[in-house]
Design a protein around this ligand. Structure first.
Ligand code: SF4
Length: 386
């Protein structure tokens, strides 16, 4: 049994904190974020304090993940206040604590506060080392700031690091992408995430796409995916999920636990939770979120009571995105009331079309071709499974 299978048999708890502030909006961004003012940050931190007191009191937590937005935009004293709100409630030190930081926000005094709090992992949104590509994405930072930030992170002694990169950006050549990738490898972080650019509605890039100002090249995207997987694998970064690669034992535990459908509590506006057999999401508005927190009457959206069917289906969908695949006997043990017979024809279709392999140990895995079609396969599973 692999380490991931063992984790599947034990429920872990993660805490996700959404920090909804950014200095400006990137052209591809569909996350809830806004430009902050001092008063709003103050109210946000008070809201987090109250929400942590309500939901995190006396509970043991395995992992913490601060995402956004740009959590690193907060001043050192605000980062400390955010961390203390959580630490004063939970009963233990998490084994992994990640913060997402934009290169322009990485400063030694912030890293010191983070280290003192117990943050273990810095995930930096580099996106590209190429000034022209960064400009095309509407990112504010420069390649020079990336290198400066990287030096600060090294000097502060953070070993567990991730660099986020984006590929298939309109105007970006294959050579430019491979140069970006090799530059990330040269810096030697513990983990690299590579995301194919997506065009979400309500983003500036989507508008440009709709107006025909930029074009998507699906064949090129598939080509870049495969080249990326080869280059990273050949340089010691094992792929463990479609977009995620790590040196040995450096996978992001928080994300792995989420994809394995364990529990997490999301705090902050727009954060989602999966906790005590329920899924629910905070409103994507600081005002609405604060109103709920302050009155003790949270205005959750998309509240759903979880069934074995939902959890089994989501474990299949997200499990298939991971290279270890889905260990069917382990899942059957975990969700005994799910109708497992209905999977027979699905597995037959997916293996006959060479999108999946089923091993002798009944582990279902995507093939390389299947990995390129993961979204369509997820859609197929959702349509076929009752
Ligand atoms: S920094 Fe991240 S959250 Fe903020 S606008 Fe850019 S992509 Fe969106």
């Amino acid at each position: 049994m692999t380490a991931q299978d063992q984790v599947l048999q034990k429920t872990t708890l993660g805490v996700y904190t959404h920090v909804p502030f950014c200095a400006s909006t990137c052209d591809f961004c569909a996350f809830y974020q806004k430009q902050p003012n001092r008063e709003e940050i103050k109210r946000y931190l008070q809201g987090i304090q109250t929400e942590s007191d309500l939901f995190l009191k006396n509970i043991p937590v395995d992992t913490i993940f601060w995402g956004g937005g740009t959590p690193g935009l907060l001043m050192p004293k605000d980062l400390d206040a955010l961390g203390q709100s959580i630490l004063k409630n939970i009963t233990n030190r998490p084994t992994e604590w990640t913060i997402e930081m934009a290169p322009s926000t990485v400063k030694p005094e912030k890293l010191k506060v983070l280290k003192d709090l117990g943050v273990t992992r810095i995930s930096m949104g580099v996106q590209s080392f190429n000034a022209k590509t960064l400009e095309g994405l509407g990112r504010l930072h420069s390649p020079k700031q990336v290198y400066k930030a990287w030096d600060y992170i090294q000097e502060a002694g953070f070993q567990n690091t991730n660099l986020d990169l984006i590929f298939a950006i309109p105007g970006q050549s294959i050579t430019e992408w491979l140069t970006d990738l090799n530059e990330a490898i040269r810096l030697s972080p513990a983990h690299i995430s590579t995301y194919c650019l997506t065009f979400e509605e309500d983003t500036k890039l989507y508008v440009k796409l709709s107006q025909g100002k930029i074009k998507r090249d699906i064949d090129q995207e598939a080509n870049l995916y495969e080249r990326t997987w080869d280059v990273l694998e050949n340089n010691g970064y094992r792929q463990y999920e479609i977009s995620n690669f790590a040196k040995p034992s450096q996978e992001c535990q928080h994300n792995v636990h989420t994809w394995q459908m364990h529990e997490w509590i999301g705090i902050g506006p727009s954060a989602s939770s999966q906790y005590h057999n329920k899924r629910f999401t905070n409103p994507a508005s600081i005002e609405e979120w604060l109103k709920g927190i302050e009155t003790g009457n949270q205005a959750y959206i998309d509240t759903e009571t979880l069934t074995e069917n939902t959890l089994a289906l989501d474990s299949l969908i997200f499990g298939l995105r991971m290279n270890t695949g889905v260990n069917l006997p382990v899942l059957q043990q975990r969700f005994p009331h799910f109708n497992w017979q209905q999977l027979d024809h699905i597995i037959q279709t997916l293996t006959e079309s060479e999108h999946c392999n089923l091993t002798q140990e009944s582990i279902l895995k995507l093939t390389s071709t299947g990995r390129l079609m993961a979204d369509s396969i997820a859609k197929y599973l959702m349509e076929e499974i009752e």
